[in-house]
Design a binder for this molecule. Sequence first.
Ligand code: 8YV
Length: 328
Amino acid sequence: MPVARPKVVVTRRLPQAVETRMAELFDVELNFDDVAMDAAGLADALGRADVVVPTVTDDLTADVVAAAGPRLKLLANFGTGVDHIDLAAARAKGIVVTNTPGVLTDDTADMVMALILGVARRIGEGEKLLRAGDWRGWSPTGMLGSRVTGKRLGIVGMGRIGQAVAARARAFGLQVHYHNRHRLPAAAEGAVEATWWPTLAAMLARVDLVSINCPLTPETHHLIDDAALRLMPRHAYLINVARGGVVDEAALVACLARNGLAGAGLDVFEREPHVDAALLAMPNVVLAPHLGSATFEGRQDMGEKVIANIRSWADGHRPPDQVLEGWV
Ligand code: 8YV
């Protein structure tokens, strides 16, 4: 049944052009203060709206979703990952969930390369040294890092982003390995000369760099745990731009502390915005504040997708980016 002008509550500030278009199309409530909503604020939004536009900073637990009002029909997430939304609770209430896949693929894959280069070539450390005024000039043995060219990269999760990382990795002369539930078609594998490993354990022991590119689901929670970290060679680096919860952060800290890995590049954390104090103190860890999709173009495109999803739902169609449980 078409809904002429749905009541839409947006939980965070979005790019101005996106907000303006939403105001033209919908009966929209924007969050001008950009303060993340607490459970009470979310409950209030879910109680009044036809559509809520949440982001990764909104904890849409089973309880919050179960208490949604009878009007709520669509959670049009601004972002690809939907681990902050209890999908089963949404399904039980007949609430459709959509996300924004595809438009942040390249930006996120770029971030993987930035972290690989950042950690292997010690860019963060070097910048800190220089800004502190402690650089005493070039020396033949100063601040040596690891060569990236010729190394083996193991990609965990070979979806859109994993494949975009693989394409970039080839251009940097890296040998691509991957672990994924399903093996890629031969043409896709051939395009990046990728080697598939049916078990994660077998791959981890054989690569020099590991990039996490899978979604956070009950199955991938702490996929990289103490046992997995102990399989990785001591000279290897771990890169995570997916979700903090895929890695057991305490186990990673312990692993880095005993020099079980050469370093890590992290864009995501288990309890954002909290970052473990031990990680903050480690010079061989490059840290970024969840910047994977943080480009003007990416955020604009994500907003366009949110609008398209709401519009098609409001017109009585199935939204193009409906998230189906079990597919993420
Ligand atoms: C988003 C992301 O910026 O889309 C995702 O899954 O990880 C980020 O790049 C953020 O999650 C928005 O909800």
